[in-house]
Design a protein around this ligand. Structure first.
Ligand code: BV8
Ligand code: ZN
Length: 259
């Protein structure tokens, strides 16, 4: 079984926290989808997109400057998501949710938590499978991305809104844009009442989402950090597990549910 790299006494306290938890929040970032083959934000880009930092294209200004480049980028990412499968980490979280109250609060815009079977998923940064008009916000139904050779085109003209003629944009939250009010309020409410928060696959760089683990901790939750690399969130817990989501989360589920 995958060792967690913790001292025995810490492992014993972790086991108790996992077993005793009844209101669990899983706070996930791009690392939770990495083992499904979806690039994270801060791993270096490869292929066609290697010349761009993701943040450069994830802003309203970038879209207005070059709508076709940004729409092409999201088309490439939608294809990546459509070709991906939930990994063992997503599946363990969904399995956990069948025997305990587990809320997934995710920064990710893919639907892998839902496809793994998680029923309660809050998307803080929107969903890449959704789109809306940039001007009047009318929802725009997306058809599945056509199969393409290789990475496909970089520049693709975005559709035009049927209501007002505005440009259609991805249904995600860009840098400089406020998080959706309902989802942000739901996420904070879940973190305040949680008795356990599993923080998985996030670099803790992006605000205000990265404030949530500390909010849960300040309200008495035990926090578990699952990340191959150190982040700011290591400071609020002794349960720092240097490992990947697909390797570690099934192990945590076993500890939580072992009789
Ligand atoms: C807002 C959707 C205000 C789009 C995203 C200066 C200082 C502090 C803050 C700011 C600042 N300047 C600007 C800000 C605010 C800004 C911000 O935080 N910027 C950062 C870059 C400094 N935030 C905003 O703009 C937010 N809005 O503040 O609004 C406001 C209020 C009222 C009215 C108007 C405005 C909006 C932020 C949302 C941006 N949109 N995504 C899209 O997807 O294209 S954020 C984007 O980053 C993704 O959602 C991503 O999930 C998220 C966070 O990144 P991570 O998920 O953590 O991913 P990352 O690649 O960074 O890290 C991966 C981690 O996984 C690593 O730690 C790695 O070690 C680990 N890992 C790798 N493999 C694995 C693994 N872990 C486990 N298993 C593995 N296998
Ligand atoms: Zn419109």
């Amino acid at each position: 079984m995958q060792a967690l790299g913790l001292h025995d006494d810490v492992t014993a306290r972790l086991r108790d926290a996992l077993r005793d938890a009844s209101r669990i929040v899983v706070f996930s970032g791009a690392g939770a989808s990495a083992e499904s083959g979806i690039a994270t934000f801060r791993d270096p880009e490869v292929g066609l997109w290697r010349r761009y930092k993701p943040e450069q294209l994830a802003t309203p200004q970038a879209f207005l400057t070059d709508p076709a480049l940004v729409w092409g980028r999201y088309g490439w990412r939608r294809r990546q998501v459509a070709a991906a499968q939930p990994n063992a980490g997503h599946l363990a979280i969904a399995e956990w949710g069948r025997s305990r109250e587990v809320s997934v609060v995710t920064q990710n815009v893919d639907d892998l938590h839902e496809r793994a079977g998680s029923a309660d998923v809050v998307h803080l940064h929107g969903e890449i499978a959704k789109a809306r008009c940039f001007d009047c916000a009318a929802p725009y139904p997306l058809t599945p991305e056509p199969e393409v050779e290789g990475e496909g085109p970089m520049s693709v003209e975005p559709p035009v809104c049927g209501q007002c003629g505005g440009l259609v944009r991805p249904g995600v939250v860009w840098f400089g844009e406020a998080l959706p009010e309902r989802e942000w309020a739901e996420a904070k409410a879940r973190c305040r009442r949680a008795d356990l928060l599993i923080c998985v696959g996030t670099s803790a760089v992006v605000r205000p989402a990265s404030l949530l683990p500390r909010l849960a901790w300040e309200h008495g939750a035990a926090v578990v950090q699952v990340n191959p690399h150190p982040t700011e969130h290591d400071e609020i817990t002794e349960f720092v597990i240097r490992g990947t989501s697909a390797a570690i989360l099934p192990r945590l589920l076993e500890m939580a549910t072992a009789s």
